[in-house]
Ligand binder design. Structure first.
Ligand code: NAG
Ligand code: NAG
Ligand code: NAG
Ligand code: NAG
Length: 455
C-alpha cells in the first residue's frame, strides 16, 4: 500500500486515487489475525549468529510471531536444578530488538529424569512438570505472549478417552501456574493433532472444561497426506465442520482457535510431498480460508527453514526457506499475502466459496474518514484449470485496468499493486470486469473511486 506510486501510471483517475489514499491513514482492524511461524531456534546447537538470519527473514515476510520450545529436558538437565541453557538466552537476546515478533512458547515435552522421558503422568511427575512450568513462565514473564500446554499430547492413542483425561490432569495443574506467574500471557491448550480432531480427543478435552480455562485451543490440522483430499479447500470444510461440532459442545460458544502448526511439505510425492509451486499456492489459499472462520485467531507455518536437504525426508522440506536460508517459492508467496491476512477483515456478504472451482473471498480495511480499501482474493481450487468470474465496484470516474497484487512467486509481486490485463467496463457508476484466475490467489483492488453520492 505504501508503494502505490509506481503503478498508477495512467490517467487523471490515478492521481485522484493516489491523493485519496495517501491523505488517509489506515485504521488498525479490531480483529487482526496472527501470521506466525514455527522455529527450532531454542535447541542446541544454535547461537546468536545462527538465530538472527531466520528471524530477520520472518520479519521480512511480514510474520508477526514465532513459536518455539524451551524444552523441559534442557531446563532440568540435572534433576532438581532448573537452569537456562545459553541457546534460550541467545534466542531471547536476538528477539529483544525484534519487537514485531511475538513469542509463543510450548511447555513440554518429557524429561529424562521422569517416566523415562515419556509423557509426564502421575501426581509426582505432574508436580515436577509444574515446577518446570513455573520456572519458565517466571523467567520470561512479560516477554512471552503465548504459552501452549504440551505439544501433541494425543499423538499416540488419540481415540482413547484416557489420553484426554491424562492431558486434563496435566493442563489443570499447569494452567493456574501460568496464570499466577504471568497473568498477561495467553494460554493455549490442547495442541490437538489431525487424528485428535477426528478421534474426538478435542471433543473430550472440551467436555472436560478445557476451553473455559484457556484463552484458546490450539490445533494442528494437517491434511497433506490426504491424497486428492490434501487441498486447502478440503481442509477448510474439515476444519469448519470440526469447529462447528466443538461450538455445539459449548452450546453455541465458539472457542478461539490457534492453528499453531500448518504446512505442506515440498518433499518427494512418496512422502506426501507437493511441488514447491503447490506448496506456495496451498500456503496462500489456506491462509485466506483460515480468515473465513472468525474464531480462528492465527496460524503458524511449520516451519521457518528446512531441517535438512534430503528430498525423501518430509521433515527436511517443510520450510519457507531452504536449509541454507534461501527463500523457497512459499516464502515469496507468504510475503505477498501477509499484509492482507494480518490486517484486512473478511466480508462474508461479498464472498463466494466454492462455486465450482471458484473461490472469491472479499476483504476490506477501514481507512480514516469512513473510507474502506476493498479487495477480492480469487483462485481456482482446480490446480489444472483456470476459472473466470466477474468483479464489480462503483466509481465516480470511469475505471481503466484492474489493479492486482500477485501471490505467484514467479510474477512481479514484490509487495505492490500492478495493472493487470483485465479492464473495467463502467455504465454510470457501476463497473464490472471479467477476470480469470488459476491456482494462485490473485488479489484484485475493488475499492472503486467513491464520493458521498455513492452508497
Ligand atoms: C469498519 O467500519 C465499519 C463502518 O464504520 C464498521 O462497521 C466495522 O466494524 C469496521 N471494521 C473493522 C474491522 O474495524
Ligand atoms: C511421591 O512423592 C512423595 C513425597 O515426596 C513420596 O512420599 C511418594 O513416595 C512419591 N510417590 C511416587 C509414586 O513416587
Ligand atoms: C461450516 O459448517 C457449517 C455446518 O456444516 C455450515 O452450516 C456452514 O455453512 C459452514 N461454513 C462455511 C463458511 O462454509
Ligand atoms: C499490519 O498493520 C500493522 C499496523 O498498522 C503494521 O505494523 C504491520 O506491519 C502490518 N502487517 C503487515 C504484514 O503488513
Amino acid at each position: 500500500m505504501n508503494k502505490n506510486n509506481n503503478i498508477f501510471k495512467l490517467s487523471v483517475l490515478s492521481v485522484i486515487f493516489i491523493l485519496s489514499l495517501s491523505s488517509t491513514l489506515i485504521v488498525n482492524g479490531d480483529n487482526d489475525f496472527i501470521v506466525g511461524v514455527c522455529t527450532h531456534l531454542m535447541s542446541p546447537p544454535v547461537s546468536l549468529t545462527t538465530v538472527t538470519p531466520p528471524l530477520d527473514a520472518a520479519i521480512g515476510a511480514g510474520l508477526a510471531s514465532v513459536r518455539d520450545t524451551p524444552y523441559w529436558s534442557s531446563v532440568e538437565f540435572v534433576k532438581g536444578q532448573l537452569t537456562e541453557i545459553y541457546e534460550f538466552n541467545d534466542f531471547m537476546v536476538a528477539l529483544q530488538p525484534r519487537t514485531s515478533l511475538s513469542k509463543l512458547f510450548i511447555l513440554g515435552n518429557g524429561n529424562q529424569h521422569y517416566n523415562n522421558g515419556q509423557k509426564p503422568q502421575g501426581t509426582n511427575i505432574t508436580v515436577a512438570f509444574t515446577n518446570y512450568v513455573q520456572w519458565v513462565v517466571n523467567k520470561y514473564k512479560g516477554k512471552v505472549q503465548f504459552y501452549e500446554v504440551w505439544n501433541e499430547w494425543d499423538l499416540d492413542d488419540p481415540g482413547n478417552p484416557n489420553t484426554a483425561t491424562h492431558y486434563m490432569q496435566l493442563a489443570n495443574a499447569a494452567i493456574p501456574v501460568i496464570r499466577a506467574n504471568d497473568p498477561n500471557a495467553k494460554i493455549l491448550g490442547g495442541c490437538i493433532t489431525s487424528d485428535g480432531m477426528d478421534q474426538l480427543f478435542g471433543d473430550r478435552v472440551i467436555q472436560q472444561g478445557l476451553a473455559t480455562k484457556v484463552d484458546g485451543l490450539s490445533i494442528h490440522p494437517y491434511n497433506f497426506c490426504g491424497g486428492t483430499d490434501n487441498t486447502p479447500e478440503v481442509w477448510f470444510r474439515w476444519v469448519n465442520l470440526t469447529n462447528t461440532r466443538w461450538t455445539g459442545l459449548r452450546n453455541g460458544v465458539a472457542t478461539p482457535l490457534y492453528i499453531t502448526e500448518m504446512t505442506w511439505p515440498s518433499s518427494h510425492p512418496s512422502t506426501c510431498g507437493s511441488t514447491l509451486e503447490i506448496q506456495a499456492a496451498y500456503l496462500a489459499r489456506v491462509y485466506f480460508l483460515a480468515r473465513v472462520i472468525p474464531n480462528i485467531k492465527g496460524m503458524w507455518w511449520y516451519d521457518i527453514f528446512d531441517d535438512g536437504v534430503d528430498f525423501y525426508d518430509r521433515e527436511h522440506n517443510f520450510g519457507l526457506l531452504d536449509h541454507n536460508w534461501s527463500p523457497k517459492p512459499a516464502y515469496f508467496t507468504m510475503k505477498s499475502i501477509t499484509p492482507f491476512i494480518s490486517n484486512y477483515t473478511y466480508d462474508a456478504t461479498k464472498s463466494v466459496l466454492a462455486s465450482g472451482s471458484l473461490y472469491k473471498l472479499a476483504f476490506y480495511r477501514n481507512l480514516t474518514g469512513g473510507a474502506q480499501h476493498r479487495v477480492i482474493s480469487a483462485w481456482s481450487s482446480n490446480n489444472a484449470a483456470t476459472v473466470t468470474t466477474t468483479l464489480t465496484t462503483q466509481s465516480v470516474v470511469p475505471l481503466d485496468l484492474v489493479k492486482v497484487w500477485y501471490t505467484t512467486p514467479y510474477a512481479n509481486m514484490d509487495g505492490q499493486w500492478v495493472n493487470s490485463g483485465f479492464k473495467w467496463t463502467c455504465v454510470g457508476f457501476d463497473c464490472t470486469a471479467t477476470v480469470t484466475v488459476g491456482k494462485f490467489p490473485v488479489i484484485f483492488d475493488v475499492t472503486g473511486v467513491k464520493c458521498a453520492c455513492l452508497p
